[in-house]
Write a protein that binds this ligand. Structure first.
Ligand code: AMP
Length: 517
């Protein structure tokens, strides 16, 4: 699925550094291996550059963009380009596919480009160290990954103060954070002793000397991967019923309740997951209505619906491919070997982030569980199958008639009893999901049927604290299982509680001359 959002979104995939950023690092106009000046000029990957011809210089500058990543046009109306190519954006009417004119002579010169593959020339968005609006916890996660070393750093938008920026630096042991203060004239500083006209200048300066920072800013944080375009292609952005013959089935990944899931290729090139729905499991019209809504839900922690084949049965649902499959089997396979509490809290935080987005969209998942969370590369977890529970005809699964079906144990009592599914019943299920995470995929209420568990719950019983579960995490689980739905926390609250779980001092931003954590 396209794991990117709209313009100015907070999507991680919009900000992940990339091949181009790697390339920029070895560019000639660099210090300490970082290119800090206009990357477009320093990174010419596709032959000699032809000077652009423009009538209006001001407009040219405003619309001049640089490709952050290489992209192979997937349909005739799209452009192919290389990281570092310059282009003019000539039409942004479509939110996620912009019309561009490539400023080089070879090949097609005009066409659509995915908006998240380009950034204004010389903008901070085009800098290899700028990670836009990732969270502090995400910055920490990225900076301690293999490949980053002492002096790896990134600049991000501040979570708490809109319009402000923070610098996160890995000193070889831990990640330290500094606030970038803004000057009235647009400049920046960390300590008033040294002020800079631009962020570039600040980065260059601290690349040469520590001057109170925990270490020099030696190289931009690396991450892996190029973001997915926002849709399969420009065409499917608005017409997402695709020809089923454009899909190639490669390998069966799993058997779900309503059909099979296959790894496949779209147009022989793009990896996708294809969910094939058993004939009769749903009414295609109901599904299409729901799918229309689901298609517009875009968040980096949600598996996004990319395309559908509904004109004949079996109906296919096309989503992004998640290499490590379901969180449930991922946890069960690990069983404590390499996954520990910090990873587990991070998993829960990522799921809470996706659910917090659904909460803002007044959308209810109805079947949140580890089996419906998927695991991608580099510790990315995404919520899948949101909204589907409503359209499936397997009503005994979602109502209390048949207590042998699994979801009963994830479902809030009021939802089982009175069919009262709300975002608060999702919060209840999230508590069970945390239980699954900390127990490496154990079945909740072992030895009890769903019905027996429900009876006990209504008498005040709650799952006891799993032996390895920290007290604070168990407290969060209990909050999710409050008998009164309205007293359960919001996903927004759950997200920040989990993201700040290890944050002992919330004001732990360092001053530049302060070596204390
Ligand atoms: P489901 O029908 O959604 O329960 O999926 C059945 C199984 O297929 C899951 O447990 C996963 O192992 C696998 N699966 C589902 N969707 C994907 C995906 N997008 N990428 C990779 N594996 C998937």
């Amino acid at each position: 699925m396209g794991n990117c959002c709209r313009k100015n979104c907070s999507c991680l995939s919009c900000v992940l550094p990339c091949v181009f950023k790697e390339e920029k690092r070895s560019g000639s106009n660099s210090f300490n291996g970082i290119v800090i000046q206009n990357p477009v000029i320093t990174t010419q990957l596709d032959g000699p550059q032809v000077p652009p011809r423009f009538v209006n210089q001001g407009e040219q500058q405003r619309n001049s963009y640089v490709a952050l990543y290489s992209y192979e046009g997937r349909t005739p109306d799209e452009l192919s380009f290389k990281a570092g190519d310059q282009m003019l954006i000539i039409d942004t009417t479509h939110a996620s596919w912009w019309k561009a004119k490539l400023l080089r002579t070879r090949g097609k010169a005009e066409g659509y480009v995915p908006f998240n593959y380009v950034a204004p020339v010389s903008s901070i968005e085009s800098m290899p160290w700028f990670f836009k609006d990732i969270k502090r916890s995400e910055a920490e996660r990225l900076l301690v990954r293999p490949g980053n070393t002492t002096g790896s750093f990134l600049i991000r938008e501040s979570e708490s103060q809109k319009g402000e920026y923070s610098l996160s630096v890995f000193d070889g042991i831990a990640v330290k954070h500094y606030r970038l203060r803004k000057l009235d004239d647009g400049g920046f500083y960390i300590t008033s002793k040294s002020k800079f006209v631009s962020m570039n200048e600040l980065v260059e300066y601290y690349g040469k000397r520590e001057e109170g920072l925990c270490c020099k800013l030696l190289k931009p944080c690396i991450t892996t991967g190029i973001p997915l375009p926002p849709d399969l292609c420009y065409h499917t952005a608005d017409h997402w019923e695709i020809n089923r013959n454009s899909l190639k089935f490669l390998k069966k990944l799993g058997q779900g309740q309503f059909g099979e899931v296959w790894e496949g290729l779209w147009n022989n090139t793009i990896p996708v997951a294809i969910k094939t729905l058993k004939t009769g499991t749903m009414n295609p019209q109901d599904f299409l209505r729901e799918a229309q809504f689901m298609k517009n839900l875009r968040h980096p922690k949600l598996i996004q619906l990319q395309a559908v084949c509904t004109l004949e049965e079996p109906v296919y649902i096309i989503t992004e491919l998640m290499r490590h499959g379901s969180l449930l089997s991922y946890l069960q396979n690990d069983n404590g070997t390499s996954i520990h509490i910090p990873n587990q809290v991070d998993m829960a935080a990522q799921v809470a982030s996706g659910m917090a987005y659904l909460e803002t969209q007044s959308f209810i998942h109805r079947d949140l569980a580890a089996r419906n969370v998927l695991v991608g590369e580099n510790g990315v977890y995404k919520v899948a199958d949101f909204g589907l529970a409503r359209v499936f005809k397997g009503e005994d699964v979602y109502e209390a008639k048949n207590d042998t079906k699994l979801p009963l144990k994830w479902t809030a009592p009021e939802a089982i009893r009175y069919n009262r599914f709300t975002i608060k019943s999702d919060v209840w299920a999230f508590g069970i999901l945390i239980f699954e995470i900390v127990t490496y995929g154990k079945m909740p209420y072992p030895g009890l049927t769903g019905r027996q568990a429900l009876d006990k719950l209504e008498n005040g019983y709650r799952i006891p604290k799993p032996f390895n579960c920290p007290h604070d995490l168990y407290k969060i689980m209990l909050e999710c299982w409050n008998a009164k739905p309205e007293e359960r926390p919001t996903f927004e609250t759950l997200q920040w509680k989990l993201e700040d779980y290890f944050e002992t001092d919330p004001s732990s931003y360092l001053e530049a001359n302060n070596f204390e954590r």
